[in-house]
Design a protein. Structure first.
Length: 401
């Protein structure tokens, strides 16, 4: 039997994929040995796929060829230089933004990218990109451009290419979407409806539906009163609710539930924890929720995997983001006859808006929201500055100068 040459790889039949698989070893520009897999329905096909990739990407010593294909370098950059440095949800965002670029320019070599072609691509994505072909937001286009530029900058540092054509393109002007928070009346309406739904299920003795309704009620209540992100809300545990020596009650926000199944619990978005003081009414609601949850756990017994979550779901594992916000919350909005588009995240905007309109110091609002800086808070809610100015004028009137 002929001995395989260095880096030639080995072929075997992958039963799970029902395809032939060929794995080879190669060296990246930093001198690190890596493995890559190729697949095909026949041995001939898998060999051809491998040969084509090696021809475009490797030299005779199985070292990554300078000036790789766009699609291969994007995959390499994401896996090697991004994946372990950002949150899982952020990594998915990078992938989603770069996938259209990878698909469109994939078979080009990096040094064949030119500013004009890239500018045309970004313009077209803005006008007719996305799954529904209705165009992507200006923020998404700016992210595509920023991520691709960073990707190419890394290639330049590794001396794979010499220039970054993205830097000669122009980003679209940001179009800020108007924030449409709930009114105080709408807040009261959905909280009361959610509470009544719980009582209705208790009266009908529907145990599972009662717990599901209770989880929605307390989640909406917490979101409106604290401005917490949905992921932070889903990751709350009972030991995150504390009292200080003055008997003030707080919620400690120190983790978030990721949208990515592979890594369930992560740090908060900014990587920092925060302490949010809560009202007496929310404190009472939480105590009632605790009693209802414990009674439910006692009834279902071993079916419940108790992880001490405040919103534990029917079996202790909580809810996915999409199920809680897109199904449960939207159903509540429909019941409240709120027909405009309202996301669960808009409860966060509602919390901030109500506080700022009441004249609360923006610094306090920033701390409750967990924004990295006061500038982010002021920029997001700049439309409320006139309302805050009226508060200042009222104070000046009282001075009677």
């Amino acid at each position: 039997m002929r001995r395989r040459s260095n880096g030639e790889g080995s072929i075997y039949h992958n039963k799970k994929r029902n395809m032939y698989e060929l794995r080879i070893t190669y060296t990246d520009p930093l001198g690190i040995k890596k493995r890559k897999a190729f697949y095909g329905k026949t041995i001939k096909e898998v060999k051809e796929n491998c040969s084509k990739w090696k021809e475009n990407n490797l030299n005779f010593d199985n070292i990554v060829y300078k000036n790789p294909l766009v699609k291969d370098w994007i995959v390499e950059w994401l896996e090697t230089y991004v994946k372990n440095t950002v949150r899982p949800s952020t990594y998915e965002k990078y992938k989603c933004c770069l996938n259209p670029i990878k698909d469109f320019f994939g078979d080009k070599h990096l040094n064949n990218l030119d500013p004009t072609s890239l500018q045309h691509f970004f313009n077209r994505e803005l006008k007719s990109g996305g799954k529904n072909k209705k165009g992507l937001s200006t923020l998404t286009i700016r992210n595509q451009r920023r991520y691709l530029s960073s990707c190419i900058d890394t290639a330049i540092k590794l001396e794979l290419i010499t220039k970054n054509p993205v830097k000669l393109t122009k980003p679209p002007k940001i179009k800020k979407k108007e924030i449409e928070p709930l009114t105080i009346e709408e807040c009261k309406k959905i909280i009361n409806l959610a509470y009544n739904n719980v009582q209705a299920m208790i009266n009908q003795n529907k145990l599972g539906d009662m717990m599901s309704a209770e989880d929605l009620y307390i989640g909406v209540y917490i979101a409106i009163e604290t401005g917490m992100r949905l992921g932070e809300l889903m990751a709350l545990r009972w030991n995150d609710v504390i009292n200080d020596i003055m008997d003030n009650e707080y919620i400690i926000v120190q983790r978030s539930k990721s949208k990515i199944k592979e890594q369930d619990i992560t740090r908060t978005k900014t990587g920092l924890g925060r302490k949010i003081q809560i009202s007496n009414s929310l404190s009472v609601a939480l105590k009632k929720h605790f009693k209802i949850q414990k009674a439910y756990i006692k009834e279902v017994n071993q079916l419940y995997n108790d992880q001490n979550y405040i919103i534990g779901g029917l079996f202790g594992n909580g809810y996915s983001h999409s199920h809680y916000s897109s199904r449960k919350f939207k159903k509540l909005l429909k019941q409240a006859n709120i027909e405009r588009r309202v996301r669960f995240h808009d409860l966060r905007h509602t919390h901030a808006t109500l506080l700022l309109l009441a004249g609360v110091n923006p610094k306090i609002v920033q701390e409750r929201l967990g924004h990295a800086s006061i500038d982010m808070t002021l920029d997001t809610y700049s439309h409320l500055t006139l309302a805050n100015q009226s508060v200042a004028v009222n104070v000046l009137d009282k001075f009677n100068i």
